[in-house]
Every structure is written in structure tokens, then in C-alpha cells.
Design a protein around this ligand. Structure first.
Ligand code: UD1
Ligand code: CA
Length: 454
């Protein structure tokens, strides 16, 4: 049985933030959420979070039944942190220790590490770095790991070792229960070092098997905003690589940001500077122009989104044509071949097959049938200052430019509304309705003249 311990008590002073470090975001979710997600993929019995700084904020976010949180009131070292969980660990468990500020660790690496644990062995994740400064060094004797020595406690010879401790390890709970109570703070930092259990294991002839991550970036930690930005780019770069491998065209993978999950059909094209949030699903042959923000939206086959559109909680069916500069707000649903043009805003709106809202309109709390043409500048006046009301428009309706549809109101199929109308009453099928002041002419009109300055 597997249990996971995630260390997340540190303050992260170098972030210079009121928010605890592990709650800062990578790809739109907290570092710690990335680690918890990876831990969950290992199907552990329980995930133990060791929290300290900002514990209330962390616990609020991770108030879930597979997560057990323990507070480490004072940060006395990594060994002390893990020790806080001892009484909650089952003796027979294998314990995987992760770090809340190391968000890019991959499942395959964790699997190869936990596979190294047996009754008389443990797994240690190490990496060899060209510049190992700051890390604990892996000390070996005839190939076998015998201890880890921290930077501040190391001799010159030990400082020259390139193989370092990533901090991630997998150990029997029974061993932790035996070793952690024996730790002392007799070292340069006066801390209880988790790393000191390695020498204990070695003395007790518990084999220390090492594994390496497939990529060094998996074990990079975040201590400041520069490193946060570096990890963001690595994350986005990897995601972009995967999408391209699946057949998506990214016009510039360095200018692509996904802060959620993107699923694409065949032959989709995404231009530069798009931001994807939440769950976004693209069908086949979808094209997204530059500078679009798309959140929790499903887009059907061959639909085209032109530059500078914002789409949220919407469903677009096949062959639609959107933008440039369109804003589709929550509850927008477009049937096949619908067209939404520039400076058009929609909200809670069903737009029927082949219907067009091409210029400068607001369509909210509305249902439009098929083949409707909504003229430039048309507004559904859905809000009376207190409540929202519906506008219903049948098939083949022609709404002239600059019409105000004062909801609740309905327009039956085939009706024509003259430009500049203010519609406050139901419009019957196939009628022409003109609801505006009649044009009148005043001959000999004198324009006012400016008064001379005093
Ligand atoms: C630790 C390792 C070092 C390794 C490095 C990898 C020890 C003694 N050293 O050093 O060998 O190369 O990680 O990055 O383990 N934490 C707590 N409570 C504490 C102390 C730390 O929750 O009392 C958390 C921190 O918030 C952080 C993580 O544990 O997320 C690592 O602690 P940190 O102090 O950064 O350890 P390092 O000195 O980097
Ligand atoms: Ca660290």
C-alpha cells in the first residue's frame, strides 16, 4: 500500500508574497495542486500534506477526503516535517515523499522510484548536475550510496560531487518510524535533516537504490518569481510539443498558453498568443486566430475563430465563423454555420443554424431560429434594472440595423423589422414592423450661430 507525504510548510520568503509559496500558480493552478494531482495518479491510500505557513489557505483549498493535513507549527527541518505524519502512517505502507514546490515531477519517474522499494530496500531520486551548488550531495562507497551531505556541511571533496539529492524518495513506513525519531540537529543549519536517514539505512544494510528522472526539469523547485516563470515556460513547451505530436499546428509554440486541458481533433491550427483555460475541446479542422482567450468551450468541426475573440462557457457547432473581436459569454450556443462578427457580445443565447449577427450587437437571454439576420447595432434590451427577460426570434426573421428589442418580446418567423425600430410588443409572422418616429422636414431651417466673445 502506498501513502504520499508532501512537504508544504515553508514560507517561500523569496516569493515576496502574502500567499504561501505552494499556492502560487503554474499553468493556472497552484504548485501544490500539480503535486497532489501527480500523487493521486499513483493511487495512494492517503495523501498527507505537511502544512505550516499559510496553513489555513492551503487547508481550505485541499479540503478533500483523500487528503490528510498535518500542521508543522515550526519548520525545524525536512526530517521534522516528515516526522509529523508518522503516527498517521500504516506500518506496512510504502511512503513516497514529495515537495509542494517541485510541481513538474512526472508519474513515470514516481513509478520507477516506488518500484525500488522492498522489505530491505528504499528508493532515492537523484540527478547529476553541472552545477550542484546548494543541493545535498550523494556520497557513494564502491558504487553504493552511504549518505547524503548537505552543502553547508560538506567537505571540499564532497562539494565536488555532481550527483545530488532531489529530495524525492520512497521508503517503508516501518523504516521511517524507526529512523526519524533518531535524527539530531547536530549540523551546520541546526535542523532535523530528512537526508540523515540515508546513513542510517546504509548502516542497517537497507539497500539504497537510486532512480533518475527522465528530464532534469522534473525536479526543479520554485523559490522565486524568476524560477516560477522558467517552470511555466518548461510546462507550456512540453504541452506544445505533445499537441504538435498529436497533429495540431501551433504557429509559434513559444507563444501558446494552456492553463487547463485542451483536446483537439485532426488538423487544428492555433495562431499566436492564445490562452486556453479550463476544459476546451476542438473538433476537426478548427482554426483559432491570434490573441484569443478560450475558456471551458467546445468548438465543432471546421469552425473558424478569427483574431482577438474571447469565448467562455460556450458551445459552438460545426462550420461557424466568429470574429474578429467577438465576445461569447457563458451560455452561448451556436448551431451549425452561425456567424458572429466584430464587436458582437452574446450571453445565454441560442443562435440557430445559419443565423448571422455580424456587427456591433448585444444578444443576451435570447433564442434565435434558423437563417435569422440581425442587423448592425441591434441590441436585446434584456435588463429592466431589476430582472432579466427573454427575446425570442423565429426562423428567417430580418432585424434591421440599430433595432432595440425590449424584452420580454417575441418576433415570429418570417417577420421583418425596419431599421431603427424599438420593439416592445410581439411581432407576428411575415409582417413588416416599423417602430420609429416618422421622418419630417423643416424647410428654411437656420442653424444657431456662435455668440461673439465678450
Ligand atoms: C533539501 C534537501 C537537499 C536537497 C534539496 C532539493 C534536506 C535536509 N535537504 O534541501 O538534500 O538537495 O532539498 O531541493 O532535506 N520543508 C518543510 N518543513 C521544514 C523544512 C522544509 O515543510 O521544516 C519543506 C519546504 O517548504 C520545501 C522542502 O521542504 O518545500 C525542502 O526544504 P528546503 O528547506 O528548501 O530544503 P533544502 O535546503 O533545499
Ligand atoms: Ca529547496
Amino acid at each position: 500500500m502506498l501513502e504520499v507525504v508532501i512537504l508544504a510548510a515553508g514560507k517561500g520568503s523569496r516569493m515576496k508574497s502574502a500567499v504561501p509559496k505552494v499556492m502560487h500558480s503554474l499553468a493556472g493552478k497552484p504548485f501544490l495542486q500539480h503535486v497532489v494531482d501527480k500523487a493521486r495518479a499513483m493511487a495512494p491510500k492517503t495523501i498527507h500534506l505537511v502544512v505550516g505557513h499559510g496553513a489555513t489557505i492551503v487547508n481550505q483549498h485541499f479540503n478533500q477526503k483523500d487528503i490528510h493535513s498535518v500542521v508543522q507549527a515550526q519548520q525545524l527541518g525536512t526530517g521534522h516535517a516528515v516526522a509529523q505524519t508518522l503516527e498517521h502512517l500504516a506500518d506496512s505502507s510504502v511512503v513516497l515523499i514529495l515537495y509542494g514546490d517541485v510541481p513538474l515531477i512526472q508519474q513515470a519517474t514516481l513509478e520507477s522510484l516506488t518500484a525500488l522499494v522492498s522489505a530491505d530496500s528504499m528508493g532515492l531520486l537523484t540527478v547529476t548536475l553541472p552545477n550542484p551548488t546548494g543541493y545535498g550531495r550523494i556520497v557513494r562507497n564502491h558504487g553504493a550510496v552511504t549518505s547524503i551531505v548537505e552543502q553547508k556541511d560538506a567537505t571540499d571533496a564532497q562539494l565536488a560531487i555532481g550527483e545530488v539529492n532531489t529530495g524525492v524518495m520512497a521508503v517503508n513506513a516501518a523504516h521511517l518510524k524507526q529512523w526519524l525519531p533518531q535524527l539530531t540537529s547536530n549540523n551546520a543549519q541546526g535542523e532535523l535533516y530528512l537526508t540523515d536517514i540515508i546513513a542510517m539505512a546504509s548502516e542497517q544494510k537497507v539497500a539504497i537504490h537510486t532512480a533518475q528522472p527522465a528530464h532534469t526539469w522534473e525536479v526543479l523547485g520554485v523559490n522565486n518569481r524568476q524560477q516560477q516563470a522558467e517552470l511555466e515556460r518548461i510546462y507550456q513547451g512540453e504541452l506544445a510539443k505533445q499537441l504538435m505530436e498529436q497533429g495540431v499546428t501551433l504557429l509559434d509554440p513559444a507563444r501558446f498558453d494552456c492553463r487547463g486541458r485542451l483536446t483537439c481533433g485532426d488538423d487544428c491550427v492555433i495562431d499566436i498568443n492564445c490562452v486556453i483555460e479550463g476544459d476546451v475541446v476542438l473538433g476537426n479542422g478548427v482554426e483559432i486566430g491570434p490573441n484569443c482567450v478560450i475558456k471551458n468551450t467546445t468548438i465543432g468541426d471546421y469552425t473558424i475563430i478569427k483574431a482577438n475573440c474571447i469565448l467562455e462557457d460556450s458551445t459552438l457547432h460545426a462550420n461557424c465563423d466568429i470574429g474578429p473581436f467577438a465576445r461569447l459569454r457563458p451560455g452561448t450556443e451556436l448551431a451549425d454555420k452561425a456567424k458572429i462578427g466584430n464587436f458582437v457580445e452574446t450571453k445565454n443565447a441560442l443562435i440557430g443554424k445559419g443565423s448571422k449577427v455580424n456587427h456591433l450587437s448585444y444578444v443576451g437571454d435570447a433564442q434565435l431560429g434558423e437563417s435569422v439576420n440581425v442587423g448592425a447595432g441591434t441590441i436585446t434590451c434584456n435588463y429592466d434594472g431589476a430582472n432579466k427577460h427573454q427575446t425570442l426570434i423565429g426562423d428567417n426573421v430580418f432585424v434591421g440595423s440599430n433595432t432595440a428589442l425590449v424584452a420580454p418580446v417575441s418576433v415570429a418567423s418570417g417577420a421583418t423589422i425596419a431599421a431603427g425600430s424599438i420593439i416592445t410588443k410581439p411581432v407576428n409572422a411575415d409582417e413588416l414592423v416599423i417602430a420609429r418616429a416618422k421622418q419630417k422636414a423643416i424647410t428654411g431651417w437656420q442653424r444657431p450661430v456662435k455668440k461673439p466673445k465678450a
